[in-house]
Design a protein around this ligand. Structure first.
Ligand SMILES: Cc1cc2nc3c(=O)[nH]c(=O)nc-3n(C[C@H](O)[C@H](O)[C@H](O)COP(=O)(O)O)c2cc1C
Ligand SMILES: C=C(O[C@@H]1CC(C(=O)O)=C[C@@H](OP(=O)(O)O)[C@H]1O)C(=O)O
Length: 408
């Protein structure tokens, strides 16, 4: 996928390349994901302006993918307020009589926010107006990724793979994080998370998280947290150990790390594994009736399975047939209503960091972006292993593999 678009420009665009022909693509399912990304207690005024929907510009005809690049566009409804500031052509100075907001928006931003890309980006590109940085560094870009991820999800669904996510920490409040169990009912957790304003499966923790967000808002502060994403129904054998950059854990980690604000990523039990002896860290291999969450070539026959999933469905950079489980830690957002110290880049004088409107907490949204990134990386790995110009060819290749594994 290749995304383009500034946060306050006319639109975000994403080109999704490599989707096989013959996939029945639901525009509603794409818009549903876009809506989920916008939700979440702690989001700011911008999300009341936007109503993200994907316009399909290419690659789909009569509800079916054509195998050609799929171009998707998400309009920025905020753009009309920024049309003067964001115009590609040189604009005349705002008239003194212009609307106050328009004049404010066109002023150069010179007080970089600690924690955002502002200072590093301005130094890198030689900008005197930090707006040139923040427009693209903004997580608005993740709407384009979620649209692409929604296409990947529909491809994965064609071979029985689903992706779910949930929030397990916001600031000081923690809620039942992944414990390495092979029986965790991810689908039920996802159902409950979907009903929670902070995307958390526990009702008690949801209330405490919302209170923590309210308190941060009152304090002019922001909060980070941790989210988990799991992919269910993944067959063993995606990814590879034969080169460093084909290890699927490495690719998933990079994809999660690319979400703005994410500073830590774990696979399965992750950092917890460091303090355990090997006997309590790995997942023994058994053969017999296969439990529900373990992928198996034939549900009626005995097969390989694991009594635990501490590895998070990945060994040697290859999927094991257990749920693929990733966790990510997001730092608190960098725009503080009680700003941190910075330096005005125009005068070199000490100053308070620039304040525009901002979210207080975006961990629930980041979890949806995490689901999209998981879907994207798995769809790539699926196509690498099984290929196919059409979804029918892909299905046949998966089915042939299933039959081969049934004889092992
Ligand atoms: C969905 C989402 C919404 C965000 N909203 C804001 C925001 O309103 N204000 C802010 O300062 N940062 C926000 N961020 C975080 C910034 O994009 C991020 O802190 C910035 O890119 C720097 O992070 P980095 O060092 O990981 O790149 C948001 C991130 C995500 C994923
Ligand atoms: C627009 C989105 O998130 C934005 C991400 C963001 C940032 O600095 O990353 C800053 C805010 O934008 P604005 O300055 O326009 O209020 C968020 O609203 C979105 O998620 O769609």
């Amino acid at each position: 996928m290749l995304t383009a678009g500034e946060s306050h420009g006319p639109a975000l665009t994403v080109i999704v390349e490599g989707v096989p022909a013959g996939l029945a693509l639901s525009p509603e399912a794409i818009d549903r994901e876009l809506r989920r990304r916008q939700e979440g207690y702690g989001r700011g005024q911008r999300m009341r302006i936007e109503q993200d929907r994907a316009r399909i510009l290419s690659g789909v005809r009569q509800g079916m993918t054509l195998g050609s690049p799929i171009a998707l566009q998400v309009e920025n409804r905020d753009y009309p307020h920024w049309a003067h500031t964001m115009a590609p052509q040189v604009q005349p100075e705002q008239e003194p009589g212009a609307e106050a907001g328009a004049r404010w928006r066109s002023r150069p931003v010179t007080r970089p926010r600690p924690g955002h890309a502002d200072l590093a980006g301005a130094l890198k590109f030689g900008f005197t107006d930090v707006r040139n940085v923040l427009e693209r560094a903004s997580a608005r870009e993740t709407a384009a990724r979620v649209a692409a991820g929604a296409v990947a999800r529909q491809l994965l669904a064609a071979v029985g793979i689903t992706v779910v996510g949930r929030v397990v920490r916001i600031g000081p409040v923690e809620a039942d994080p992944f414990d390495g169990s092979a029986e965790l009912d991810w689908a039920e957790l996802a159902r409950r998370a979907e009903a929670s304003p902070v995307r958390c499966a526990s009702e008690t923790a949801t209330r405490a998280m919302m209170e923590a967000i309210d308190q941060a808002r009152r304090d002019g502060d922001t909060l980070g947290g941790i989210f988990e994403v799991a992919a269910l129904g993944v067959m063993p054998g995606l990814g590879s150990y034969v080169q460093w950059d084909r290890r699927l854990d490495a690719r998933l980690a990079a994809a999660f790390m690319s979400i703005p604000g994410v500073k830590g990523v774990e696979v399965g039990l992750g950092f917890e594994l460091a303090s355990r002896p090997g006997s309590a860290a790995h997942d023994p291999i058994l053969y017999g009736p296969v439990p529900p969450l373990q992928w198996t070539p034939s549900p009626e026959a005995p097969g390989y399975f694991r009594p635990s999933n501490r590895a998070g469905g990945l060994e040697g950079g290859v999927t094991t047939g257990q749920p693929v489980v990733m966790r990510a830690a997001m730092k608190p957002l960098s725009t503080l209503m009680r700003p941190l110290a910075t330096v005005d880049m125009a005068s070199h004088e000490p100053a308070e960091a620039a304040v525009e409107r901002s979210d207080v907490c975006a961990v629930p949204s980041a979890a949806v972006v995490g689901e999209a990134m998981m879907a994207w990386v798995l769809a790539e790995a699926l196509l690498e292993k099984f290929g196919g110009d059409s979804v029918e060819e892909l299905r046949q290749a998966v089915e042939a593999y299933r039959r081969r594994l049934a004889r092992r």
